[in-house]
Design a binder for this molecule. Structure first.
Ligand code: CAA
Length: 280
């Protein structure tokens, strides 16, 4: 059996990470607390693999082999044999801290990586007895398409842990950059304030959502406009990142736009709820 990697959380990010690992030859164990999200994740992975086969980017046989390397579990203890466990659970500090403290006990030999987009890795490492094996491994949505992984070093992370995650990133066909454990890391610190500013433009009535997005697509060659991107990322996630930047730097330039907050309060979170700045 090839090297075994665990993925925690069958949401959009966990699905994408599990798929790319399986395509890259790793044996993958995808964990979630219930079987329904795992079934939905496998269906989404099947659709994504079928798309790659249709586009002749993957052969039928490679797709089948990738699927065979992928299993699901609702028992966290079965991840104990994984060399690396990548956590992609919902972005809630208490939940992630509990998971890391459980994994610290259940998987004493695994490297514990978190895909958190906003929490401090140093704080997560602090709940573990062996904090030197805790590291950030931040992927970008859609994971099968976007090449970057930010590797975030907690204050406690060892060189050996960072090197192992660099090797894993490369084996997944991705490119890594190393970032210190600073609010928003690199990409979100640059990207999410731009999205927030686009929401200010919309709130002020300076331009329509469509025109704001067209402006950035055609005027700055972005693959999608900031408001469509907010819908893809999730408005709740964008707001959480702005709050982390606001708290982390205490600089008013990071204040979340009131319209963004109102949309989150209304439950208009973007694609995942069928409504955000656009309807889906
Ligand atoms: N899974 C697998 N493949 C996918 C996919 C998915 N979910 N979505 C798109 N693709 C593939 C398509 O199959 C297509 O492949 P080919 O080139 O072989 O044809 C390719 O990606 C391009 O897709 P489309 O032609 O459908 O559409 P597009 O050209 O408009 O691209 C996009 C769609 C890839 C989403 C592109 O618009 C894009 O890159 N947008 C920016 C996304 C971005 O910035 N993400 C980062 C968000 S921040 C984040 O994730 C971190 C955080 O912490 C919040």
């Amino acid at each position: 059996m090839s090297e075994q990697i665990g993925v925690i959380g069958a949401g959009t990010m966990g699905q994408g990470i599990a798929q790319v690992l399986a395509q890259s030859g790793f044996t993958v164990s995808l964990f979630d607390i219930a079987s329904e999200p795992l079934e939905r994740a496998l269906e989404a992975i099947d659709r994504s693999l079928a798309r790659l086969v249709d586009k002749q980017r993957l052969s039928e046989a490679e797709s089948e082999e990738a699927r065979q390397r992928l299993t699901t579990t609702t028992d966290l203890e079965t991840l104990a044999d994984c060399s690396v466990i990548i956590e992609a659970a919902p972005e809630q500090a208490a939940l992630k801290e509990k998971l890391f403290s459980d994994l610290d006990r259940l998987a004493p030999h695994s490297i514990l990586a978190s895909n958190t987009s906003s929490l401090s890795l140093t704080g997560l490492a602090a709940v573990c007895e062996r904090p030197e094996r805790v590291v950030g491994m931040h992927f970008f949505n859609p994971v099968p398409v976007l090449k970057l992984v930010e590797i975030i070093r907690a204050e406690q992370t060892s060189d050996a842990t960072v090197e192992k995650i660099e090797q894993l990133t490369e084996a997944m066909g991705k490119i890594s950059v190393r970032i210190a454990d600073s609010a928003g890391f690199a990409v979100n610190r640059l990207l999410v304030p731009m999205i927030n500013e686009a929401v200010f433009l919309l709130q002020e009535g300076a331009a329509s959502a469509e025109d704001i997005d067209t402006a950035m697509k055609l005027g700055a060659a972005h693959p999608m406009g900031p408001l469509a991107l907010a819908d893809l990322i999730g408005l709740d996630v964008c707001l959480a990142i702005m709050e982390v930047l606001n708290d982390g730097f205490a600089d008013p330039k990071y204040r979340p736009c009131p319209l963004l907050r109102r949309m989150v309060d209304a439950g208009y979170l973007g694609r995942k709820t069928g409504r955000g700045f656009y309807s889906y």
